[in-house]
Design a protein around this ligand. Structure first.
Ligand code: KE4
Length: 430
C-alpha cells in the first residue's frame, strides 16, 4: 500500500502536466515522490499521510509570518463576507497602494497584478514604453517568471528542468533579451557599449535567489545604478523574493541602491495571488489608462487578496522586531551550517542574506550562474531525501533558496542542524 502522496501523484500525472501546477513541485531533480500537503500551521506543514515537517519553503517566500496566521486568515474571512470580486475599483486597493507608497521611498506609484511573472512582464513593458528602446539586460541564473522574453538562461525550475530556455518561445521574443554575468559589471558595460542607445532596462534580482542564493558583490548594484544613469536605461529590481523580506524596503533599502522600478510578488499577497510593479511616477504614468503602455487584469487588486496582503504588510511594518527575529534565525541556521562545514571539513558552501540562504554542494565560492552549476546535484538530492524523511522540508532543488519565517523557533532550527550533522557524519553520502 503506497502513501497517499504516491496515490495522489499517480492520479495527478494523468490530468495535470507532470502532476503539478508548477514544475518545481514535481521534485524533478530529487529522487522522491512529491509530498501532497493538506495543512500547515506556523513553521510546520502536514502532508496527505499526516506527516509533519519543519517547512523551509514557506510557499517560496510568502509565508513570512508562518503558515495560517490567524490575523491574516481573519482578514480574509471578513473580506469574503462582502463578496469575492467585483471587477471594479475598491477602497482596499487605494489603501494598499497608499500604504506601500507612503513607506517605501522609491515607490511613487504602484500597480497590482496577479503574479511575479505578470509584474516583471509589465515592468519591462513600461520601461520599454518609457525609454522607446527595446533591449533588456538580464543575468544568467536570475529567474523573473515565465514570460517569453525572460526565458533566457533563467534560474529556478528552468535550471533543473534540463531545458536551457524553453520550447515554444520564438526567436523574436528573446532577440532583445541580452544576457550578462551576475556580479560582473564588465559584462554589463560591454553590452551597454555594444548596444549603445538601445538598452531600455537592466533587470536584476538584487539578491540572486533562483540559482540558489547568490548575494551581490560589494559595488555590483551601485555599478548597475551608474550604468543605467549613464545610458538612460531603467534599473528594475526584481524583488519578488526580497521585497518586504530584507526589511520593509527590501533589498533596495538593505543595499541603499535606488531602483527606478521594483517588481513584487509572494509576501505582498501573504499566500494569495498578488504581484505588483511600481516606482518612479513618470514611468508608471506611462501605464494605461493614463499612458500608452497597455496592461490589464481581471483579478488585479482582488479584494480578498488585498485583505490578506495588506494585513501582512501592516503587521510587518508595525512590528519591526519581526525582521530582527528573521535576522537572528538566519544567523542561527546558516551560521550553524557554516560551523558544521568547518568542523567536518565538508566540501560545501553556504550563502545567505538574513533569512534567505542556500547550502551549495560544492567547495568553490558560488558567485554566479557558472559557479552555481558546479554544485553536485546528486549529493544535494541525497541530503534533501535524508532531511525530508526525518521531518525537514527543504526546497526540492539545489538552485532554490531556504526561507525562514517569524514562526520558526530556535528548537526548529536546532532540530534541523542536528539532523544535518547526522547526515554529514555519514560523510560517504556526500
Ligand atoms: P510567480 O509568477 O511565480 O509568482 O513569480 C515569478 C518570479 C519572479 N521573480 C522572482 C525573483 C522569482 O523568484 C519568481 C518565482 N520564484 C519561484 C521560486 N524560485 C516560484 C516557485 C515556482 O515556480 O513554483
Amino acid at each position: 500500500m503506497g502513501t497517499r502522496s504516491e496515490e495522489l501523484f499517480q492520479r495527478a500525472v494523468k490530468r495535470i502536466p507532470g502532476g503539478v501546477n508548477s514544475p518545481v513541485r514535481a521534485y524533478g531533480s530529487v529522487e522522491e515522490t512529491p509530498r501532497f500537503i493538506q495543512g500547515a500551521a506556523g513553521s510546520y506543514i502536514f502532508d496527505a499521510d499526516g506527516r509533519k515537517y519543519i517547512d523551509y519553503i514557506c510557499s517560496w517566500g510568502p509565508m513570512i509570518l508562518g503558515h495560517n496566521d490567524e490575523r491574516i486568515k481573519d482578514s480574509v474571512i471578513r473580506a469574503c463576507e462582502n463578496g469575492l470580486s467585483y471587477g471594479c475599483a475598491t477602497e482596499i486597493e487605494v489603501e494598499m497602494a497608499e500604504f506601500i507608497c507612503e513607506r517605501v521611498p522609491h515607490i511613487e506609484m504602484i500597480r497590482m497584478v496577479n503574479s511575479g511573472t505578470e509584474a516583471v512582464m509589465s515592468a519591462v513593458r513600461a520601461a520599454r514604453g518609457f525609454t522607446g528602446k527595446d533591449k533588456i539586460i538580464k543575468f544568467a541564473g536570475c529567474y523573473h517568471g515565465h514570460s517569453d522574453a525572460m526565458l533566457v538562461s533563467a534560474g529556478s525550475g528552468v535550471m533543473t528542468s534540463g531545458v536551457s530556455d524553453s520550447a515554444g518561445v520564438p526567436r523574436g521574443c528573446t532577440q532583445d533579451t541580452l544576457q550578462a554575468v551576475y556580479n560582473d559589471l564588465e559584462s554589463v558595460k560591454n553590452l551597454m557599449e555594444a548596444y549603445d542607445g538601445q538598452v531600455a532596462a537592466i533587470i536584476v534580482e538584487p539578491v540572486g535567489a533562483n540559482m540558489g542564493v547568490v548575494p551581490p558583490r560589494f559595488g555590483f548594484l551601485e555599478g548597475l545604478r551608474k550604468l543605467c544613469d549613464d545610458h538612460r536605461a531603467v534599473l528594475i529590481f526584481d524583488e519578488v523574493i526580497t521585497g518586504f523580506r530584507l526589511g520593509f524596503t527590501g533589498a533596495a533599502g538593505y543595499y541603499r541602491v535606488r531602483p527606478d522600478l521594483v517588481t513584487y510578488g509572494k509576501i505582498i499577497g501573504a499566500g494569495l495571488p498578488v504581484g505588483a510593479y511600481g516606482g518612479r511616477r513618470e514611468i508608471m504614468e506611462m501605464v494605461a489608462p493614463v499612458g500608452k503602455v497597455y496592461q490589464a487584469g481581471t483579478l488585479s487588486g482582488n479584494p480578498i487578496a488585498m485583505a490578506a496582503g495588506l494585513t501582512q504588510l501592516k503587521i510587518l511594518y508595525e512590528h519591526p522586531e519581526i525582521y530582527d527575529h528573521l535576522v537572528q534565525s538566519g544567523e542561527r541556521l546558516y551560521g550553524g551550517i557554516e560551523k558544521l562545514i568547518i568542523r567536518y571539513e565538508l566540501p560545501l558552501r553556504i550563502n545567505h542574506v538574513e533569512s534567505l540562504g542556500c547550502l551549495f554542494f560544492t567547495e568553490e565560492k558560488v558567485e554566479d550562474y557558472e559557479s552555481a552549476k558546479k554544485a553536485d546535484t546528486g549529493a544535494f538530492s541525497r541530503y534533501f531525501t535524508y532531511m525530508l524523511n526525518h521531518g525537514v522540508h527543504l526546497a526540492p532543488s539545489q538552485f532554490e533558496a531556504m526561507f525562514l519565517s517569524d514562526a520558526h523557533t530556535s528548537e526548529d532550527i536546532d532540530t534541523t542542524l542536528e539532523l544535518a550533522e547526522k547526515f554529514f557524519r555519514q560523510r560517504e553520502s556526500l
